[in-house]
Design a protein around this ligand. Structure first.
Ligand SMILES: *[C@@H]1O[C@H](CO)[C@@H](O)[C@H](O)[C@H]1NC(C)=O
Ligand SMILES: *[C@@H]1O[C@H](CO)[C@@H](O)[C@H](O)[C@H]1NC(C)=O
Ligand SMILES: *[C@@H]1O[C@H](CO)[C@@H](O)[C@H](O)[C@H]1NC(C)=O
Length: 241
């Protein structure tokens, strides 16, 4: 997934779709890499199956798991991450769903990634651990506008920057928080990184995601920038447990 061949992909999903997502267990987005196809029933597929089971078993207790299975040319590398507030039961069912969905969406691809509201799953024949994944990113937004765009954007940035600081100082690389703003109303934020990143890279990844908010979510009452290594989200309603 980290090869520059994939190019960057920015994707926009409207609020209408966002509402549909909230009602089902549909993935938010997925991406099949073009790093090659594996042979059905071949050694890569066997390793990928083992990896998926491994992630299904090891990720839920802490909300994160990563690992590699198999020797060199048939090695499958992968990770699974659940949103920081999700319990292990829900985490496991999300990973199970992700693992089966991605295989039917990207049948023979050696690399792929899929995102849900509550978890994400990624695998590749390329060892991508510890590197910020800049190849793929998508945006989600609430199309409603804030009445004072400049003020609202500023407050959003203020909250998310504070959370970036907090997340990078915790082992979970996750933080949520609220901010009272004029209206009066409340802003709710979340930032999270995959835990193969260092604290420094986590912060870098989140700061970069925040810097993309003006291009996706300028003055919008809700927005998310979601990538392979980190994501940021803000809303005017609470969305985590
Ligand atoms: C993988 O398979 C698909 C569908 O058969 C094909 O279009 C694609 O070119 C293949 N990719 C590589 C890297 O061989
Ligand atoms: C996990 O969370 C779900 C949804 O909030 C809840 O229904 C379930 O009881 C929780 N399970 C445990 C073991 O806490
Ligand atoms: C929000 O503002 C944009 C730009 O001014 C406008 O095009 C759009 O229709 C507005 N959206 C809503 C939901 O009012």
């Amino acid at each position: 997934m980290s090869s520059s061949r994939f190019g960057s992909l920015l994707y926009l999903i409207s609020f209408t779709l966002l509402l549909q997502i909230a009602l089902g267990t549909n993935p938010l987005f997925h991406f099949c890499s073009s790093s090659g196809n594996f042979t059905t029933y071949g050694p890569y597929e066997a390793n990928l199956n083992k990896l998926t089971s491994y992630l299904y078993l090891t990720a839920p207790p802490t909300g994160f798991g990563f690992g590699s299975v198999g020797p060199n040319q048939f090695e499958a590398n992968g990770l699974a991450l659940c949103r920081g507030d999700i319990n292990s039961t829900e985490c496991q069912s999300c990973i199970a769903e992700a693992g089966s969905a991605i295989r039917s969406l990207c049948p023979n691809d050696k690399g792929a990634i899929i995102w849900y509201d509550e978890c994400q799953l990624k695998y590749s024949n390329i060892d991508f651990f510890g590197k910020i994944d800049n190849q793929i990113k998508f945006y989600l937004l609430n199309t409603q506008n804030a009445s004072d765009r400049i003020y609202f954007n500023g407050k959003t940035k203020e909250l998310l920057r504070k959370l970036a600081e907090e997340a990078s100082c915790t082992p979970k690389l996750y933080a949520t928080g609220e901010l009272e703003i004029a209206g009066p109303m409340k802003l709710y934020g979340l930032v999270q990184c995959t835990r193969d990143l260092s604290s420094i890279d986590c912060k870098k990844c989140i700061v970069e995601a925040i810097s993309e908010l003006p291009s996706c979510c300028d003055g919008k009452l809700g927005g998310r920038v979601v990538g392979g290594s980190c994501n940021v989200r803000y809303e005017i309603y609470p969305f985590v447990a």
